[in-house]
Design a protein around this ligand. Structure first.
Ligand SMILES: O=C(CO)COP(=O)(O)O
Length: 250
């Protein structure tokens, strides 16, 4: 049985007061259960507060990024060890905004994955094609390359720390969602690719989340697809009501 996961990527939103408000609404309206893992990924400044605030709940806290080094002269960066020291056990890596805006390469992401695993952290590894890739029918190749270069070097026994998030770039923040069929098609492809690389057992265990304009109104039909194990939610995770209604949809 694979994990069902709904994770909210807050991106660069919510100051402390706004985070407090959102966290308390989530806390007060989600009693856990249903076999769903609920994760919030606030900005670095809110991580410690989020961990403390959610301590008595089953809601988990993730970071949106981290540096690949252990410590040192890397101004503005945050290490895995720093994250775990404030209770963070999961990190999102390879988000398309990190790849596109901050030029994070597959090679760099491979190092970040290693650093996270070395610190016993779980990784939500993002992949996804741009619109041009899909138009030119190159989307499967793009996703496969991202996985091969960024993730597939890990040892077999590290796979229980991996979640994959498929986020087609053209569907992020655009209001345009991949159809449930498009999501299923890519998720099945990702699972097949993992199976070819690391075996069927691992492929059947790894949770694959869909991200890109998931809303309360479309979550249920996307989550109903066989290979979709949950969602990585951006905009709709900033309103507790919408986020929890997406959680309910699973
Ligand atoms: O990038 C995303 C989650 O990581 C998706 O963002 P939206 O849900 O706002 O499209």
């Amino acid at each position: 049985m694979r994990d069902k996961i709904v994770a909210g990527n807050w991106k660069m939103n919510n100051d402390l007061a706004q985070a407090e408000d959102l966290l308390s609404k989530i806390k007060n309206n989600w009693s856990g259960g249903g076999g769903v893992r609920v994760i919030v990924a606030p900005s670095f400044t809110n991580l410690y507060h989020a961990f403390e605030s959610l301590r008595e709940t089953s809601v988990e806290v993730a970071a949106q990024n981290m540096n690949e080094n252990e410590s040192g002269a890397f101004t503005g960066e945050v290490s895995a060890q720093m994250l775990t020291s404030v209770g963070v056990k999961t990190v999102i890596l390879g988000h398309s905004e990190r790849r596109a805006i901050y030029k994070e390469t597959d090679e760099l992401l491979a190092k970040k994955v290693d650093a996270a695993l070395k610190n016993n952290m779980e990784v939500i590894f993002c992949c996804g094609e741009e619109l041009n890739d899909r138009k030119s029918k190159n989307h499967f190749n793009v996703v496969k390359t991202q996985l091969e270069k960024g993730l597939f070097h890990i040892p077999t026994n590290a796979w229980d720390k991996i979640v994959i998030a498929y986020e087609p770039v053209w569907a992020i923040g655009t209001g345009e969602t991949a159809s449930p069929e498009q999501a299923q098609e890519m998720h099945a492809f990702i699972r097949k690719t993992v199976s070819e690389k690391s075996g069927e057992e691992i492929a059947n265990q790894v949770a694959i989340l869909y991200g890109g304009s998931v809303k309360p109104g479309n979550a249920e039909e996307i989550f109903a697809k066989e290979d979709v194990d949950g969602g990585l939610i951006g905009g709709a995770s900033l309103k507790a009501e919408d986020f929890l209604s997406i959680v309910q949809a699973i």
